[in-house]
Design a protein around this ligand. Structure first.
Ligand code: SF4
Length: 283
């Protein structure tokens, strides 16, 4: 998409919003061909929301851009409104960088940076790389929060604009991964190994869901894989929660986890212990 097309279709919606807000159809006026053009040029991206002050999406205080578009269909997704790219607001690289510029000094003082999350940000890899390149020029730390499936869209040269990858490891057993996400996990592992070979730091994110991912033998398999990489700096065990349930209901999508409760603290601690036993820093 050209900048002109993006400007003419950008709705008057504030960029700052919570990822827990339901946002739909913000970019639908752009149309399929406009979305394709935006993906090819990387001049414009589709953004669900933009938050500031996050202390959990990378080191220090972070600005987080939540992009739309995801090819996974995780049974526990808390942002199913990010699946469809046209639910996001079209934002030019220029506007995204302008926003970032406002926080530059604060981020540097608080040893934070920019995290691009989603949805799956690599659905819009050119836009992500453009924004990261601009962030690096401003001296801002960059983190990519990804499910890793589209890692082959990035070359080793592209890695230079990414300081850290927050990588979701959802399951090691291929069948379980398919049940959880709808797709195979081999591309995720290949991306993790490429990052390891390039000595690019990874923070693993693992979502603990009662009845789905709380089998400790499976947690041990994830821990063994993560430890084998040699570049995993930390593991975040994220307890499943129900903050996104209303989105599934509003979107009319069948939600298999409707009645699942968050895991008890003991189970979270057991999972953390498995990662620690593999020699990893886990929280
Ligand atoms: S990868 Fe993330 S955004 Fe995509 S479906 Fe899974 S949890 Fe949702």
């Amino acid at each position: 998409m050209s900048a002109t097309a993006a400007e003419s279709t950008e709705p008057e919606v504030p960029l700052i919003a919570s990822p827990y807000d339901l946002r739909v159809s913000l970019g639908e006026k752009v149309g399929e061909s406009g979305i394709r053009a935006a993906l090819e040029s990387g001049e414009c991206g589709f953004v669900h929301s933009f938050t500031t002050g996050s202390a959990v999406d990378g080191p220090g205080m972070r600005v987080v851009a939540w992009l739309t578009g995801c090819q996974f269909r995780c049974v526990y997704c808390h942002n199913p409104d990010t699946w469809k790219m046209s639910n996001g607001m079209p934002v030019t690289v220029e506007r995204a960088v302008e926003q970032l510029q406002k926080y530059r000094h604060g981020l540097q003082t608080m040893k934070g940076g920019l995290t691009i999350s989603g949805g799956e940000p690599l659905m819009q890899h050119r836009f992500v790389l453009n924004v990261f390149a601009a962030a690096k020029k401003m001296g801002i730390h960059t983190a990519l929060d990804s499910n890793g499936y589209l890692g082959d869209r990035l070359t080793e040269a592209d890695f230079s604009s990414i300081d850290l990858v927050l990588l979701d490891l959802k399951a090691m057993t291929s069948e379980l991964h398919r049940q959880l996400t709808g797709v195979d996990n081999k591309p995720v592992h290949e991306f993790a190994r490429r990052l390891a070979a390039a000595h690019k730091p990874i923070w693993v994110r693992f979502v603990l869901v009662p009845g789905w991912t709380d089998d400790m033998a499976e947690v041990e398999r994830i821990a063994a894989f993560a430890a084998s990489l040699g570049n995993v700096e930390r593991v975040d065990v994220l307890p499943f929660h129900q903050l996104g349930r209303f989105k599934w209901e509003k979107l009319g999508v069948d939600y298999q986890l409707r009645d699942i409760q968050p895991p008890p603290r003991e189970t979270v601690n057991q999972a953390i212990d498995r990662f620690r036993a593999a020699g990893l820093k886990a929280v």
